[in-house]
Ligand binder design. Structure first.
Ligand SMILES: [Zn+2]
Length: 220
């Protein structure tokens, strides 16, 4: 039986769309929130709006453009190159504390609607150096939010220990493999579905999908 209300931090990408479908199976009411902060591609926000409308969830777009004032980075500034973060450096797409802020705002948004479940697609497995994607951070923030707001929140991270192939598998289990494959946007160059195939996000996504589809073929 579906119970409770949840807020999904939703970007329109593979991970958060999979989390949206995961949430729709569990909660009686699901809200999607998308944070905008001057992303290079307005297309991202459009994709998020389309998917939310398509699956019939209430969707709010919240302006977080102050992030770009605080910390200019490759996701928001066209003059900064997207790089992988080799040699132990953080990738140039890094915005310090982004998930700290997003999850905190999502919790406040939820509190206004009696929605105490907050769902995020953060993941420690394909860990690319973002400290606030780690499980220990999310657990710590959960305690902090409960203390700050005096409610009992549950921060859900269904992808925390999955690699990209397993995230595709989860989408498949939810009956949404084709949907996630064709309608989501992960590519740093704003190309929907399969993407440009060359940016770090596309490579990770493509390799994961190949790995999952190969293992599925083997098992068949
Ligand atoms: Zn790409």
């Amino acid at each position: 039986m579906k119970q409770g209300k949840a807020v999904v931090v939703f970007s329109g990408g593979q991970d958060s769309t999979t989390c949206l479908f995961w949430s729709l199976e569990r909660f009686e009411k699901v809200y999607a929130v998308t944070f905008t902060y001057g992303q290079r591609h307005d297309e991202e926000v459009e994709v998020a709006k389309e998917i939310a409308a398509d699956v019939g969830v209430e969707h709010d777009v919240l302006d977080m453009s102050l992030l770009n004032q605080l910390a200019p980075n490759a996701l928001t500034r066209s003059d900064i190159k997207v790089s992988d973060g080799e040699d132990g450096e953080l990738p140039s797409t890094f915005v310090p504390g982004r998930n700290l802020l997003f999850l905190s705002f999502a919790a406040i948004f939820g509190q206004q609607r009696d929605a105490y479940h907050v769902v995020t697609g953060v993941c420690e497995t394909d860990y690319s150096g973002y400290p606030d994607c780690r499980d220990s951070f999310v657990k710590s923030l959960n305690v902090t939010l409960d203390l700050a707001i005096d409610e009992t929140f549950v921060l859900h991270t269904p992808l925390m220990w999955l690699d990209k192939a397993e995230t595709w598998e989860l989408a498949d289990e939810l009956g949404k493999l084709d949907y996630v494959q064709n309608y989501t946007l992960t590519c740093y160059h704003g190309v929907r579905g399969e993407g440009c195939g060359e940016c770090p996000a596309c490579q990770l996504r493509g390799q994961g999908l190949d790995k999952y589809l190969n293992s599925k073929d083997r098992d068949a």
